[in-house]
Write a protein that binds this ligand. Structure first.
Ligand SMILES: *[C@@H]1O[C@H](CO)[C@@H](O)[C@H](O)[C@H]1NC(C)=O
Ligand SMILES: *[C@@H]1O[C@H](CO)[C@@H](O)[C@H](O)[C@H]1NC(C)=O
Ligand SMILES: *[C@@H]1O[C@H](CO)[C@@H](O)[C@H](O)[C@H]1NC(C)=O
Length: 341
């Protein structure tokens, strides 16, 4: 059964969907495609299917649905390449979002595998995207709760899709009010494991909104204020799309905090980018900078996995890649993980 996979000590996740679509399949994203990878749910489904299958056959245990940037506004603002009238309404948007679940499941072509529902930060749905800065304009915690609740309801309300979803992945959260909003949303769905990943784009060890790691860990792991009787803790917490050289220190900081506040850590989810020294310029919408990487990505990842498992502070570890990691990277990572056993 796929669900038993959830207990494996090391799980491999897929890689960067959007960048693989661009770099290996000639897909071009622009202001006309505010849904980014989710646009492929509308057009070019076969290309999406191919990439997700490539990740699964490279050895990923978990495939994320192509819904990271999905939002009802995004569907409404989408320009189709073959017609320039009608925008995509609520019902149709829901249908496309739900189709992502089947596509992710089909990537395993019958093998056991886990489907994680990918739900990006609110900022990932803005143009240009602001999940690295957390600059959300007038949005407050209540608005963020409503945004996340509305979107996840699309999946919860469809029994068949909800059953296919093994995990919910809230990704790239840059703000503490959004972390709290998401934890609150998940208190209403007691039985679905979920993870929360955050971004640390700055040099100091804090979220883009200035939240310290101490405060972050407490918000992630302690019951929310006035909270539920049955606290539904994240199945995993971690780091998305952050430079790989920063990862070790961040994990250490997480572990130190948990020791100081006597909080048991759940699993660690880790998917740094594969861009080496390059950074993404949201205004130019391209990768800039010199890329003279010293050590292959999968070797750097293997070192981190080894350190983490040796210290034994986490219940398990989920590893994969985001931007600029391809099926090839995941295949190499799979080999490293299998060699550790
Ligand atoms: C995506 O689909 C559109 C419309 O069907 C087509 O014009 C375009 O060539 C496709 N792009 C790729 C890269 O497959
Ligand atoms: C974590 O704690 C250890 C031991 O006290 C210390 O050496 C290390 O610098 C700390 N690391 C971070 C990132 O806080
Ligand atoms: C976070 O991870 C997801 C899944 O790999 C990816 O689609 C997304 O682009 C990442 N976030 C950023 C800011 O790159």
């Amino acid at each position: 059964m796929a669900k038993e996979l959830l207990d494996k000590p090391i799980l491999v996740l897929d890689g960067g969907l959007g960048t693989t679509l661009e770099d290996e399949h000639g897909i071009k994203f622009s202001f006309k495609t505010p849904l980014w990878s989710s646009h492929l749910l509308i057009e070019n489904t076969s290309t999406l299917r191919k990439v997700q299958q490539d990740f699964a056959s490279a050895g990923a245990d978990i495939i994320l649905t192509a819904t990271y940037q999905s939002s009802f506004d995004g569907f409404e603002n989408t320009k189709m390449s073959n017609k320039d009238d009608d925008s995509i309404g609520l019902e149709e948007a829901r249908k496309y979002m739900l189709s992502a679940v089947d596509l992710a499941r089909e990537a395993f072509v019958g093998r056991p595998g886990l489907v994680a529902l990918s739900l990006g930060a609110y900022g990932a749905t803005m143009i240009p995207s602001t999940e690295y800065s957390g600059a959300y304009g007038p949005m407050n915690g209540d608005d963020l709760f409503k945004f996340h609740m509305d979107r996840i309801s699309t999946f919860q309300d469809n029994q068949k899709a909800w059953q296919e979803i093994d995990l919910v992945a809230f990704e790239t959260l840059p703000r503490i009010d959004e972390v709290r909003a998401v934890v609150n949303v998940m208190q209403t769905t007691a039985n679905k494991p979920y993870w929360i990943s955050c971004v640390f784009p700055n040099d100091d060890r804090c979220l883009p909104d200035g939240t310290t790691i101490d405060e972050l860990i407490e918000s992630l792991l302690l019951p929310p204020k006035g909270g539920a009787r049955h606290h539904h803790q994240p199945w995993a917490i971690g780091i998305n799309c952050t430079k790989i050289h920063k990862i070790s220190k961040l994990i250490n900081a997480f572990e130190n905090t948990s020791k100081r506040s006597s909080l048991d850590l759940p699993r660690l989810v880790l998917y740094p980018d594969g861009a080496g020294n390059q950074v993404y310029d949201t205004k130019l919408q391209q990768w800039v900078g010199d890329n003279s990487d010293q050590k292959p990505w999968d070797l750097q990842m293997a070192d981190i996995i080894q350190e983490v498992t040796q210290r034994g502070a986490w219940k398990g570890i989920v590893v994969g890649g985001c931007c600029k990691t391809t099926p090839y990277h995941i295949q190499q990572l799979r080999k490293r993980v299998d060699a550790l056993k």
